[in-house]
Design a protein around this ligand. Structure first.
Ligand code: S3P
Length: 438
């Protein structure tokens, strides 16, 4: 883990200008995973050079894949084919990255070698039974800690996995992707049904590599008969990183920001829908399709926000954006209620508790509930010292809160901003946020 970093944001200001935020984290992970097991050389542009995606990249290097870069977002992957990965000589350390661990557990369950997946304190406390239980039903052999957490010891079951149908009890793209990746190595068909739509980058990218995944209603189906052929991947900017500025420019007076080349896959745009329901002024410009994914420029200008009851169907479509949406709620007129979001309690931190604690320190009436939060907006955001609990999205959300605060906000434990958005401070400052590190 990098050394401890404290952010301090001076109150007020506005955001103005045009920026391109870094590449999409979910797609960056998948580009390495699929490029590595493809046949031929895959070129990736727009790759996210941040700790989480690098954890995936290093894991595949440790399994014998030659990967060049990233240099200016460009990565070249010399694919080894579906059966070409080699046993790593030591445990694969995946840092803070839940996506790496959950997707890799599926991909590695059907290999011809054993391996161990480890991570930092946060990752080793996150629930892994959601993947190890269905994988075991497919014949995987994975040893976890007593409470189902990592380290995960995976005993390769080459040729022994069996396809199955799985009805996911939670709406999780990580679980869905894990099982689809395992399904590429299983006998017969593997199908996964989701209770609500979740991000579909795995399915889209598999198709981009020429590997068939069939979508039927709420089910995605795969079998082991396909093959991945190397391709070109253009990773758009991450809407989850853009979200900080969608909220920031909405709540700060006199703001006008354009975010270039943002991925607007409909399974990711809940943040735009929720902000628009709150009254935000967001224009989706220049829509186009890049490598099988919809992309646009987003222009956002200051607008008076109002509190809303957040429709539950939008929750999985905005799952990573709630920390900053709580800040929007604190600045809105009236009450905002979030329900149906208990998943937030098992992210990089307990995002319900940690955000409610921080908002309360800043004088906001934010009441955590079992599965969400009730935020009374309209009051003032004060200054004070809050703790991000090592969670990148909490650190960036409280930085954005500074735009409407009446005194400086100090945010502790911010080194993990590097897991998803190392350029945050530089880009936020460029737009007008008065943010420094202590
Ligand atoms: C991700 C899926 C989401 C999200 C995470 C990335 C992915 O997790 O929170 O940041 O890349 O598949 P869940 O699928 O567990 O909700």
């Amino acid at each position: 883990m990098s050394q401890s970093i404290t952010f301090q944001v001076q109150p007020g200001g506005s955001l103005r200008g045009e920026i391109r935020v870094p590449g999409d984290k979910s797609m960056s992970h998948r580009s390495i995973m699929l490029g590595s097991i493809a046949e031929g050389v895959t070129h990736v542009r727009g790759f996210l050079n941040a700790e989480d995606a690098m954890s995936t990249l290093e894991a595949f290097r440790a399994m014998g894949v030659e990967i060049e870069g990233p240099v200016n977002g460009e990565v070249t992957i010399h694919g080894v084919g579906k059966h070409g990965l080699k046993a790593p000589t030591k445990p694969l350390y995946l840092g803070n990255s839940g996506t790496s661990m959950r997707l890799l557990s599926g991909l590695l369950a059907g290999q011809s070698f054993d391996c161990t997946l480890t991570g930092d304190k946060s990752l080793e406390s996150r629930p892994m039974k959601r993947v190890t239980v269905p994988l075991a039903q497919m014949g995987a052999v994975i040893e976890t800690q007593e409470n189902g957490t990592a380290p995960l010891h995976i005993k390769g079951q080459a040729g022994k996995l069996k396809g199955m149908h799985y009805d996911m009890p939670i709406a999780s793209a990580q679980v869905k992707s894990c099982l689809l990746l395992a399904g590429m190595y299983a006998q017969g068909e593997t199908s996964v049904t989701e209770p609500a739509p979740t991000r579909d980058h795995t399915e889209r990218m598999l198709n981009g590599f020429g590997y068939p995944v069939v979508r039927e209603g709420s089910a995605a189906k795969i079998d082991s008969n396909g093959k991945l052929t190397a391709t070109e991947i253009d990773v758009p900017s991450d809407i989850s990183s853009a979200a900080f500025f969608l909220v920031g420019a909405s709540i700060a007076a006199d703001s006008d920001v354009t975010l270039k080349h943002v991925g607007i896959n409909p399974t990711r745009t809940g943040v735009i829908d929720i902000l628009r329901l709150m009254g935000a002024n967001i224009e989706v410009l220049n829509q186009r399709e890049v490598g099988g994914e919809p992309v646009a420029d987003l222009r956002v200008r200051s607008a008076p926000l109002k509190g809303i009851d957040i429709p539950e169907h939008l929750v999985p479509l905005a799952i990573d954006e709630f920390p900053v949406l709580f800040v929007a709620a604190a600045c809105a007129e009236g009450q905002t209620v979030l329900t149906g979001a208990e998943e937030l309690r098992v992210k990089e931190s307990d995002r319900i508790q940690v955000m409610a604690d921080g908002l309360q320190i800043l004088g906001v009436n934010a009441q955590p509930t079992k599965d969400g939060m009730v935020v009374q907006g309209g009051g003032n955001i004060g200054g004070g010292e809050v703790d991000s609990h090592g969670d990148h999205r909490i650190a960036m959300s409280f930085s954005i809160a500074g735009l409407r605060a009446s005194a400086p906000i100090t945010i502790k434990d911010c080194a993990n901003v590097n897991t998803s958005f190392p350029e945050f401070r530089q880009l936020a400052t460029q737009l007008g946020l008065n943010l420094s590190t202590l």
